[in-house]
Design a protein around this ligand. Structure first.
Ligand code: NI
Length: 188
């Protein structure tokens, strides 16, 4: 296992469409997935896509805390108890395309957060490293993470999904926005 170097926004590998994996069970893919998991956990990320480690293949890993809400919670730490999912050649179907906003970050866009609208309810499918088919429904933060990671496979970083660039901020300033949101919620 190894911790891999993470490509940052501007590197061409993040802007291209990744290629399908021909054999999800191959030793090369198993090694890639093991390294991606180690890299994601080391970097305290909720997910990682293969292009982010300079491999243009359709592979994502994520560990979405089921209980986490859409906005950023106080708890920013990596949730080791969350189920770890490996998805090879994933596909997403929007079950409820009604968009909901939430703060996102990305290991390839370090130090920043952006407010991104995503579908709230999806079904996703793909394969694990044993070649078994995975089909699952996801809502909330879980659905957001899957959409974010799969976007990487199509060369899309979250800032490209943003509709209001005034909400692209440094993560060190997030507390101002969370306080504002809390006040707005309380006023409702
Ligand atoms: Ni990302």
């Amino acid at each position: 296992m190894a911790i891999l170097k993470i490509a940052r926004m501007g590197h061409p590998v993040l802007a291209r469409r990744a290629d399908p994996v021909s054999d999800p069970r191959s030793p090369e893919i198993k090694r890639l997935v093991a390294d991606m998991i180690e890299t994601m956990q080391d970097a305290n990320g909720a997910g990682l896509a293969a292009p982010q480690v300079h491999v243009p293949l359709r592979v994502v890993v994520f560990q979405a805390p089921i209980s986490r809400s859409d906005g950023l919670e106080d708890e920013e730490a990596y949730d080791h108890a969350a189920p770890l999912t490996v998805l090879i050649n994933p596909a997403i179907e929007m079950l409820d395309p009604a968009p909901e906003g939430g703060w996102e970050g990305c290991l390839s866009v370090p130090g920043l957060r952006g407010w991104v609208e995503r579908a709230t309810h999806i079904r996703y499918a793909g394969y694990d490293t044993e070649g078994r088919r995975i089909v699952r429904e996801a809502k909330g933060f879980h659905a957001r993470v899957v959409q974010h990671e799969c976007d990487h496979l199509d060369g899309v970083l979250y800032p490209a999904r943003m509709r209001d660039m005034s909400k692209l901020i440094f993560e060190s300033e997030i507390s101002h926005w969370l306080a504002k949101q809390k006040a707005e919620d309380a006023a409702e």
